[in-house]
Design a protein around this ligand. Sequence first.
Ligand SMILES: Nc1ncnc2c1ncn2[C@@H]1O[C@H](COP(=O)(O)OP(=O)(O)O)[C@@H](O)[C@H]1O
Ligand SMILES: O=C(O)C[C@@H](O)[C@H](O)C(=O)COP(=O)(O)O
Length: 307
Amino acid sequence: MSYDLIGLGELLWDCLPEGRVMGGAPGNVVFHARQLGLNAALATRIGDDLPGRELLRQVKSIGLPTHLIQVDAHRPTSLVTVELDQTGSAKYVFTPDCAWDGLEQSPLWLEACASARSICFGSLAQRGKRSHQTILSCLDVSRERSPAACRLFDINLRAPHIDREAIVASLRLTSALKLNEDEWPLLMRMVESSPQGFPSTTFEKASAEVVFEKFPDLQWICVTQGKAGLSLCTRGEWIKVAGQTIQVVDTVGAGDATSAGLIYGHLQQWPLEKTARFANTLGGLVSSHRGATPRLPLQQLAAQFEV
Ligand SMILES: Nc1ncnc2c1ncn2[C@@H]1O[C@H](COP(=O)(O)OP(=O)(O)O)[C@@H](O)[C@H]1O
Ligand SMILES: O=C(O)C[C@@H](O)[C@H](O)C(=O)COP(=O)(O)O
């Protein structure tokens, strides 16, 4: 079975002031991909505990397969404290050594990644060596066996869980990069050896070109800009989409919804401009709902973009 998308990394509970909601960046992307009708699966690890079993129930209820979800006998399921400011922007507090820190390379995972049309992954789950190595092996096999697959690195720099070496190693296996405007200058500092190397710290053609140059596999970069929308570029094309006017509930998972839109447009072979508008719409839509995984009629939305 060949998947449209494999999400590789964390699945967790976002503990919001009003209660907990399923989250975890790759889990969120896969959740929305499923709502879009894609054949998606999540390769993650939960604990052998009640929160883990509840996550499994949620995953099944949306129609996602569970056979790539590992169960850790010792580490607990991840519970993340989400602090929201007045604008609905989130800060996350992660506990150490949870189930997704123990992602284990398995023949099932390698097989799924080898044939998938796309893979999304981030940096948080790579905070520990074991999960980092597993993610790299999955990306390696994808690059070797499905060179044209989209390997989307949705960076998500969550201080202090940032490992420069892991990020640079991942970028070498990445074909699509997505991050927000605050992360872009941090990333540039990480990949550039000399401080004068980059022409600017804002996301613009000149700085994008330097990153393209350093990472030959990279085909496109998306930088999200919150209420200002997003920019999406390839080596030859540059698209800027303005943000929508929405009533923000919280921005938890806004970036992940954007990633799901980018992957969907890419797999549908939509023009870059249409993909950018669609991704921007998904980001805004999720920001106007509570948590990262609201149930939304995304196939209908996608159909509206088809006409
Ligand atoms: N306040 C907002 N108003 C309208 N759209 C928003 C708002 N916040 C986020 N979005 C949408 O969600 C996308 C991702 O949000 P952003 O905050 O940039 O990413 P992240 O959640 O990864 O930090 C934006 O590009 C935009 O499309
Ligand atoms: O996995 C994470 O990085 C944090 C999660 O707790 C959260 O669900 C999340 O992914 C939020 O992502 P974003 O708002 O789209 O950046």
